[in-house]
Design a protein around this ligand. Structure first.
Ligand SMILES: Cc1ncc(COP(=O)(O)O)c(C=O)c1O
Length: 363
């Protein structure tokens, strides 16, 4: 991986994740270790509302849900807008904060939307490549001395790296943003305890998260943003051009999840602890081919492929065994793959055993 800062207009990914997930692999696997959330929950685990009127909801979200989200930040309700997943929250922020020609900084490997959406809005996207150990190249970052950034997006712990941004790195990013009077989007999809969000008490930092990953409920499509009231209010207005409001049914189920949050957090911790133990053992048994980057709070991990085979080629061979993993090419990082370990133990064991067969060349 390069450690330079390159100003370019390429998306962060060489091969679209959409193509891998929805076209090339669709219907070809029975074990999904390629997504980035814990084992998905089911409606039977949620409280269904009784006789709920299925009208449009409120653009900012229902007051009860907003209050529950605000509690997770130990913040105020006027800082919250509920959205259709974190993805809509991020998109609303890009559309609201950016104008053509604005300079935007994003990191690679990373979530492709952070560079692709601003680029499509006509912005100049500068991509900072992470170092081989996925740390931020502070020297390269400090070379961007010239002010003039409008927006920096950080994702910690990160997808696909699983790495948490360090205090020194955050300070550097915040001071760069301060010099430019820029906004910072904190993509906190993988943060369990949002009372420690980096957006708290920072006027120009906006946090985005959802119930998709840590609760394993991506099908609810419930996300949100937390930020200064004037910014989130602009986003709520823009929502009339996207989804208008969330599904009131999903909002009601989401409220039941957040009302029981300690229970869901325990489920997350149980699944991730057991799964990571299994994954570590597996990688240890295949250490001539694989190297694990220990995750720092994500339900997935990054695994370097030491065999010289392209990660897309390897992921295709794994797919032939009915197992989905996420090849690095989809996230701007060829040379490895992302694998989710927060699964029921027997499902994970079977998935890993099939990957083992591929590594031993028996596929
Ligand atoms: C870093 C990051 N941000 C945002 C999203 C969007 O997720 P959702 O809209 O389901 O909350 C994802 C999904 O993988 C992600 O990994």
């Amino acid at each position: 991986m390069s450690t330079t800062l390159a100003s370019d207009s390429l998306p962060a990914s060489g091969y679209p994740m959409r193509q891998w997930v929805f076209e090339d692999s669709a219907g070809r696997y029975d074990i999904d270790l390629g997504d980035s959330h814990i084992q998905a929950g089911t409606t039977s685990q949620l409280r269904m509302p009784d006789n709920l009127e299925l009208s449009y909801g409120m653009d900012r979200g229902t007051p009860q849900l907003i209050e529950l989200i605000a509690q997770r930040y130990q913040g105020d309700a006027d800082h919250i807008v509920v959205t259709h997943g974190a993805q809509e929250a991020l998109y609303l922020l890009y559309c609201t904060l950016l104008r053509p020609g604005d300079r935007v900084l994003a990191f690679r490997p990373g979530w492709g939307q952070a560079s692709e959406a601003p680029r499509r809005l006509g912005c100049q996207v500068q991509i900072a490549d992470l170092r081989d150990d996925f740390s931020i190249d502070l020297a390269a970052l400090s070379e961007i001395a010239s002010p003039g950034f409008r927006l920096i997006t950080v994702n910690s712990p990160g997808n696909p790296t699983g790495r948490r941004i360090r205090e020194r790195e955050l300070e550097m990013i915040l001071s760069l943003a301060h010099r430019s009077d820029a906004y910072v989007i904190a993509d906190e999809e993988y943060v369990l305890d949002l009372s420690r969000s980096i957006a708290i008490d920072r006027q120009r930092v906006i946090s985005v998260s959802s119930l998709s990953k840590m609760a394993g409920l991506p099908g609810l499509r419930i996300g949100w943003m937390y930020g200064a009231p004037d910014i989130v209010t602009q986003c709520a207005k823009y929502k009339h051009l996207t989804s208008v409001s969330n599904s009131v049914l999903c909002e009601s189920m989401a409220a039941s999840v957040l009302a029981d949050w300690p229970l869901w957090a325990r489920k997350y911790e149980g699944l991730t602890q057991d799964g990571l133990r299994q994954l570590k053992q597996f990688v240890l048994g295949h250490e001539t081919s694989l190297r694990l980057i220990l995750p720092e709070g994500t339900p997935f991990a990054w695994v370097h492929l030491k065999t010289g085979e392209s990660s897309l080629g390897f992921a295709r061979r794994v797919l032939q065994q009915g197992v989905l993993v996420m090849p690095g090419e989809t996230l701007g990082a060829p040379g490895g793959f992302r694998i989710t370990f927060a699964r029921e133990p027997d499902v994970l064991a079977e998935g890993l055993s099939r990957i083992g067969q591929v590594l031993r060349g028996r596929s």
